[in-house]
Design a protein around this ligand. Structure first.
Ligand SMILES: Cc1ncc(C[n+]2csc(CCOP(=O)(O)OP(=O)(O)O)c2C)c(N)n1
Ligand SMILES: [Mg+2]
Length: 362
């Protein structure tokens, strides 16, 4: 599709949306001045962001359906509502940067470039899954895409992220370790040990707190003392920023600033992404600890995909273009579901593989 004319009468609306996005980055007082502004993406790039967020949304919806049909066993934590965070961050990450996250991880895998087929096959416990069907939802990795899991123990990925950052510094490869964790993880001791070591050694590490307001059924206001989680690195001299995590453009701006800070050798950075999960904590959570009105208000007023779709429309992108992307994404996801269901279950002999690496102790 042709780009919209430069002097579209609707352009001012788009500009104000960007301005609004900029405003919603709250700076923690005394932090370094903004020095890493990135250009606003052009229409094609924004369509790409839209497609990636939609892929995660539709993938997760399908995973939810397959779970309901008994095709997926064990735990399954959906990322619906939080898509702008990982898509925004990964859209500005550089090749070679590493990523690690919690169990709410399917979106991170897709945003790192792992295939929908392979992730869905793993969810359904099939041979063609990323862990040969032996890991499931919380245990998938791809060294090829620098994705280091997928961790079921709350906050356990944070010190591992520290190790990834140390490796980047040690190897002098210019990479940054993007370490995602939840508001429920922020109160753990190992997070502060990681803050200390990361700051002490100036490691290139962005701590990304996905504050979706709840840790299982406990709201953040009942679990976390103090106000901004972004401020939790203050004692270690780590700069922090609260970010509107429901807006992919705001996420990109904040992410660019944090990553530039790390790449300049200044040490770690904390981003508190303010977001919301629409579904329960896991597939078995009826989410009775919050009202339907609360969830509906978020979906109606703040949805990251609707927000970007509206911005694109205001810039003159035709509805047909959006519909084509919607259809393409739907096709990718239904192909992934078919692929997963056609893939055989693991060979029982695989029970004895990938358990212990022998002969490497010397
Ligand atoms: C060390 C540890 N304690 C408790 C649990 C049980 N648990 C699983 S998820 C979770 C809540 C974590 O919430 P948050 O960090 O906000 O992540 P979210 O689920 O919101 O993405 C808890 C307590 C666990 N997996 N590991
Ligand atoms: Mg949470």
């Amino acid at each position: 599709m042709a780009k919209p004319p430069k002097k579209s009468p609707k352009k001012p609306a788009a500009k104000s949306a960007t301005k609004k996005a900029k405003k919603s980055i709250k700076r923690v007082p005394g932090r370094p001045p903004k020095n890493a502004a990135i250009a606003r993406p052009d229409t094609d790039a924004m369509l790409g962001l839209y497609e990636e967020m939609l892929l995660i949304r539709r993938f997760e919806e399908k995973a939810g359906q397959l779970y309901g049909m008994g095709m997926i066993g064990g735990f399954c934590h959906l990322y619906i509502g939080q898509e702008a965070i990982v898509v925004g961050m990964q859209s500005i990450a550089k090749e070679g940067d590493s990523v690690i996250t919690s169990y709410r991880d399917h979106g991170h895998m897709l945003a790192c470039g792992m295939s929908a087929d392979g992730v869905m096959a793993e969810l359904t416990g099939r041979r063609d899954g990323y862990s040969k069907g032996k890991g499931g939802s919380m245990h998938m990795f791809s060294r090829d895409k620098n994705f280091y899991g997928g961790h079921g123990i709350v906050a356990a990925q944070v010190p591992i992220g520290l190790g990834l950052a140390f490796a980047h510094q040690y190897k002098e490869d210019g990479g940054v370790a993007l370490t995602y964790f939840g508001d429920g993880a922020i109160n753990q001791g190992q997070v502060y040990e990681s803050f200390n070591m990361a700051a002490l050694w100036n490691l290139p590490l962005v701590f990304i707190i996905e504050n979706n307001q709840y840790g299982m059924g406990t709201s953040v206001s009942r679990a976390a003392a103090g106000r901004a989680l972004a401020d939790r690195g203050k004692a270690y001299g780590i700069p922090g920023m609260q970010v509107d995590g429901m807006n992919v453009l705001t996420v990109r701006e904040a992410g660019a600033e944090a990553m530039a800070y790390c790449r300049a050798g200044k040490g770690p950075y904390i981003l508190e992404m303010q977001t919301y999960r629409y579904r329960g904590h896991s597939m078995s959570d009826p989410a009775k600890y919050r009202t339907r009105e609360e969830v509906d208000a978020m979906r109606k007023q703040r949805d990251p995909i609707d927000t970007l779709r509206e911005l694109l429309a205001s810039e003159g992108v035709e509805n047909d273009k959006i519909k084509t992307i919607d259809a393409e994404v739907k096709a990718v996801v239904s192909k992934a579901a078919d692929f997963a269901q056609a893939s055989p279950e693991p060979d029982p002999a695989e029970l004895w593989t990938d358990i212990l690496i022998e002969g490497r102790a010397s």
